[in-house]
Design a protein around this ligand. Structure first.
Ligand code: PRP
Length: 210
């Protein structure tokens, strides 16, 4: 496993919120709030190395050195569960573009099935943050990186809540250049592809469809 590119947040706020997120009795409204907040915290960590352009800024007291976010950032939520990770992050980075990718996992084969992709021919962003709470087998994330690389994006990062070791292995083997930022790496995947102990189905728990 390429540990260099795997980042598990050690921030106390993330750990606390993850505990609430996992809890069986947490209702969809609270669950969505937690996903939103954790996405912001994890993205804060994941964007530590984006490039800046020095600019001068006038304060009421004179000139100061400032910085502009130089890179055009794309937020790429994997539908459905990644949707809840968009809004908070977008608020912090209003200049970002949001590109949705629709992928679901076939329940029998656990293989990703792509059903929505409206990317234009030429890439419009230089850095993409893939947003999806769960990295289970890794199939959906690997397929999304494939799509973004074919689109021509040079720098891609994955931001999620919980990963299984199997998903980390699959994504970092297929795409060793893609850093993985998560709040936790759990024990294992069960026979139907759920992360254990995990938090259940992140899509159903956000949208009240479980
Ligand atoms: C879940 C999750 C990921 C995927 C992870 O989505 O949100 O996208 O499974 O599994 P993988 O790593 O094995 O590919 P799901 O297929 O349940 O779709 P949904 O978000 O629409 O509910």
């Amino acid at each position: 496993m390429n540990h260099e590119n795997v980042h598990v947040s050690s921030h106390p706020l993330v750990k606390h919120k993850l505990t609430l997120l996992r809890r069986e009795t947490t209702k969809p409204k609270k669950f969505r709030e937690l996903i939103r907040e954790m996405a912001m915290l994890l993205t804060y960590e994941a964007t530590q190395d984006v490039n800046l352009t020095p600019v001068e800024v006038e304060t009421p007291m004179g000139a100061a050195q400032g910085y502009d976010l130089r890179e055009k950032i794309g937020l790429v939520p994997i539908l459905r569960a990644g949707l809840g990770m968009v809004d908070g992050v977008w608020e912090m980075m209003p200049g970002a573009e949001v590109w949705h990718i629709g992928i679901y996992r076939d329940e029998q084969t656990l293989r990703p099935v792509e059903y929505y992709n409206k990317l234009p021919v030429e890439p419009t962003v230089s850095v993409c943050l893939i947003l999806d709470p769960m990295l289970a087998t890794g199939g959906s994330a690997v397929a999304t990186v494939d799509v973004l690389k074919r689109w021509g994006v040079k720098r891609i990062k994955f931001v999620g809540m919980i990963a299984a070791p199997e998903g980390i292995e699959a994504l970092s083997t297929a795409h060793p250049d893609v850093p993985i930022h998560v709040a936790a790496i759990d024990d294992h995947l069960n026979e139907i592809g759920f992360i254990v102990p995990g938090l259940g189905d992140a899509g159903d728990r956000q949208f009240g469809t479980g």
